[in-house]
Design a protein around this ligand. Structure first.
Ligand SMILES: Cc1cc2nc3c(=O)[nH]c(=O)nc-3n(C[C@H](O)[C@H](O)[C@H](O)COP(=O)(O)OP(=O)(O)OC[C@H]3O[C@@H](n4cnc5c(N)ncnc54)[C@H](O)[C@@H]3O)c2cc1C
Length: 495
């Protein structure tokens, strides 16, 4: 009998497991894969470590919010980071021109003003708005975390409309929206707060993980075990079993038939899938219908390139290329013109600062393109699927070579992933990259709280708060706060 059973060993499950095992609860985490981490999983090809879902993080300078979370999670001295270029951690290439995002608000503004000299007022307003929104969210990066509900006023504001309201310069609007791939935003519905929290964190400071994100997973797992916790891998949960009076969950049943009892349960699995595993009259049909009707973010196609030794120079920034003028338009691509843009970067390794051993290139891909293989499983999708992947990779490489001439001559080998890869490795709906899409036109429909109608079942991760390292850390606090008190947990960070 455990105090807490956590279903899913993704970032949300591990962080919650860390908090609660540290607080003295007897915790067990059950993960369906042989590798923990969910989107934090890495894989190795030709001795290169590839991340599947953790490319860079923000607010990691000493004293900033993610740094303070990492300090609490005992990760600060264990995980290796590299600061991206101060004067251009992200380059947005639009209309054949490079626009740099610089770190630090003054630097960010000065750098933007070089390309948009008449837009001082718009940029000042933009920066002030980002800071204002960030401060309304439990003081995401000020010196004290606090209980704060003033953020609600921003839920209904749309990013696209807001950017249009501060400037008539459409190029600047598109450059400021140029990181929309980080939240897979749709112009008609993306809430400004999602844009603001994410852009703010990177403008504060932007970092790459050296040698991949798996270090986070491994150190968290070690700490949980050192705190007396149990982690069971290759243990897929099939259902949550209610007690006889349909009041509480009593245990989970694994795919292999094994049953594990606990007093309380936390699900790190997508809410749609979680409630498919719970059969209880306590969960109202209206709630299920609402959750099932929420739209999910689009998926992606990725190329993982292995370079010939000492052949391709490492670049210390991320490169976002847009073929057209509209940085939002890439996700709504017409299949005949795919790909409409991409994000590319060279992962940081402890091997060399000068040469890159690999590169990851990502672009959106709709799940529908993979429909004919949707009933297949990993490594068993057939020759036609492999041919589809090869064709798509070559199309993407053709577009890449327009900006990185002769890229192919540096390549030793490349590997690819599709929406089906994400669906099958992480268990996301249709390979959706960030899960639930928040909607500024109907904000409360897309808000899901950690607490459920079953008193001993909580939710965590899965974009319930927000996705990403920062969003999921804050989300784990909100989930665990239901058990030990959020104010108490904030106190741990503040002190
Ligand atoms: C392509 C991509 C790029 C990204 N880039 C960044 C980035 O640069 N920076 C950043 O901060 N964030 C990034 N993110 C987002 C970040 O990776 C995620 O928000 C975060 O890792 C999600 O963690 P999670 O706990 O919510 O869920 P998940 O990672 O989805 O974890 C859920 C876990 O539950 C397990 N599971 C599912 N069903 C069951 C079951 N029935 N029984 C047992 N276990 C089960 C899964 O195997 C998985 O381990 C990226 C994501 C993607 C996909």
């Amino acid at each position: 009998m455990y105090d807490i059973l956590i279903v899913g060993g993704g970032l949300g499950g591990l962080l919650s497991g860390y908090v609660l095992s540290k607080e003295g609860y007897k915790v067990c985490i059950v993960e369906k894969n042989h590798q923990l981490g969910g989107c934090l999983q890495t894989f190795v090809r030709d001795k290169c470590v590839f991340d599947t879902g953790m490319h860079y993080v923000g607010s990691m300078a000493e004293g900033q919010i993610l740094w303070r979370f990492f300090k609490y999670f005992d990760l600060i001295d264990k995980v290796k980071f590299k600061k991206l270029d101060e004067d251009g951690f992200d380059i947005i290439n639009i209309g054949e021109k490079d626009y740099k995002y610089a770190q630090g608000y003054d630097n960010f503004k000065e750098t933007m003003l070089r390309n948009f000299p008449d837009e001082n007022e718009a940029l000042t307003n933009y920066i002030n708005k980002l800071k204002e929104i960030k401060n309304s969210f439990n003081n995401y990066s000020s010196s004290r975390l606090d209980l704060n509900t003033s953020s609600i006023q921003y839920f209904g504001i749309n990013t696209f409309d807001y950017l249009k309201s501060i400037t008539n310069n459409t190029r600047l609007q598109n450059v400021l929206a140029g990181l929309n791939a980080l939240y897979a935003g749709k112009p008609e519905s993306n809430p400004l707060y999602v844009h603001a929290i994410i852009n703010n964190s990177f403008i504060e400071s932007a970092w790459r993980l050296i040698d991949g994100g798996e270090q986070i997973t491994n150190h968290l797992a070690d700490s949980i075990k050192a705190n007396g916790g149990t982690i069971l891998k290759r243990s897929e949960v099939k259902r949550f079993v209610m007690n006889q009076s349909d009041e509480l969950i009593e245990k989970v049943e694994l795919k292999n038939g094994e049953q594990i009892e606990a007093k309380k349960f936390i699900s790190n699995v997508h809410p749609v899938k979680t409630f498919e595993m719970v059969k209880s009259n306590r969960i109202k049909k209206a709630y299920i219908n609402r959750i099932n009707s929420i739209e999910h973010s689009i998926s992606i196609f990725s190329i993982y390139i292995v370079f010939k030794e000492n052949s391709f120079k490492y670049f210390n920034y991320n490169y976002y290329h847009y073929k057209g003028e509209d940085s939002w338009g890439v996700r709504a691509y017409d299949a005949s013109k795919w790909p409409e843009g991409y994000m590319a970067y060279t992962p940081a390794t402890s091997k060399s600062d000068v040469y890159a051993d690999s590169m990851i290139v990502m672009t959106y891909m709709k799940y529908d393109e993979l429909k004919q293989w949707e009933n297949t499983t990993v490594e068993k999708r057939g020759e036609e699927y492999l041919e589809f992947k090869r064709k798509k990779a070559e199309q993407l490489l053709n577009l890449m070579e327009e900006r990185f001439p002769n890229l192919r001559s540096h390549i030793k080998a490349y590997y690819t992933s599709t929406p089906l890869t994400y669906r099958d490795y992480v268990g996301t709906i249709n390979g959706s990259i960030y899960g639930i899409l928040k909607d500024s036109s109907n904000p409360f429909k897309t808000l899901i709280f950690p607490r459920t109608k079953i008193p001993n079942l909580l939710l965590t991760g899965q974009n319930i708060n927000m996705h990403g390292l920062l969003g999921v850390s804050m989300g784990a606090f909100m989930t665990c706060g239901e058990l030990v008190g959020l104010k108490y947990l904030f106190g741990k960070i503040n002190n």
